[in-house]
Write a protein that binds this ligand. Structure first.
Ligand code: CTP
Ligand code: CA
Length: 226
């Protein structure tokens, strides 16, 4: 049965989450992407829902996933994701960017399949929009702006690079992820992360993505204005 009144520490709160990869097509059958499966983002969505929040997930292409209790907006490219996030970010209490957004796309997208005999030997790439940075810019200076949480996928100098992203993108917190560490990264069910907050706090979390997600949402709950 539908729950008319959700209970829990995030009851009445709206949470927006990006999850999964994006695809940047060069022609109808070829694209640039990455191995993200959306597991961490969907675990965050489920944790937010369990704590009573109304959750919208802007989800890149990940195949079959459990969508129960979530509003899911399916997107393909970074540009699609930016458009759907910017249409919603001003209305939410918290935005969590867990998507692995492609940083580049092919400069041109051919309408027809390119024959290999005519294919480009080199591909010219251009930058995609930074969804999180644009969302942050959109709400900056607002009296009641959403709590902004990013992820940082790193392979070295993890905490240092993550702290830099927190500052540069104007975030309240960032979840630093060494994607090459054992028990972390793309596709696996566990994660080891360090959560950094704007006020300089630092906390290590490890466990299943579900457990880690729960703790991240509890920390987010503490950052929300009463
Ligand atoms: N992000 C985004 N849009 C992009 C790129 C990144 O919203 N085009 C978000 C990610 O969802 C994540 C954060 O920004 O929350 C950091 O992503 P990451 O790839 O670690 O950092 P980048 O800023 O893209 O820098 P780089 O890949 O060069 O380390
Ligand atoms: Ca990136």
């Amino acid at each position: 049965a539908a729950r008319l009144f959700a209970a829990g520490p995030l009851a009445g709160r709206r949470v927006l989450i990006t999850a999964g990869p994006t695809r940047e097509y060069l022609d109808p059958v070829r694209f640039i992407s990455n191995p993200s499966t959306g597991k961490m983002g969907l675990a965050l969505a489920e944790a937010a829902r369990a704590l009573g929040a109304r959750v919208t997930v802007v989800l890149g292409p990940v195949g079959e996933v459990d969508r129960s209790g979530l509003e899911v907006v399916d997107v393909v490219s970074a540009e699609d994701m930016a458009r759907e996030v910017l249409a919603r970010v001003e209305e939410v209490d918290c935005f969590i960017a867990s998507a692995a957004v492609s940083d580049w796309k092919p400069q041109t997208r051919e309408a027809q399949k390119v024959k290999k005999s005519e294919g480009p030997e080199t591909l010219t790439l251009v930058r995609t929009p930074d969804v999180l940075a644009e969302a942050s810019r959109r709400v900056s200076g607002r009296a009641r702006r959403p709590v902004l949480v990013g992820f940082a996928a790193e392979t070295q100098r993890v905490v240092e690079y993550a702290r830099e992203k927190l500052e540069r993108k104007g975030l309240d917190a960032i979840v630093a992820n060494d994607v090459t560490a054992p028990g972390a990264g793309f596709g696996v069910d566990t994660n080891r992360v360090t959560v950094l907050t704007r006020d300089g706090q630092q906390r290590e979390l490890s466990g299943t993505k579900r457990e880690v997600a729960r703790t991240i949402l509890e920390l987010v709950g503490n950052l929300l204005p009463k």
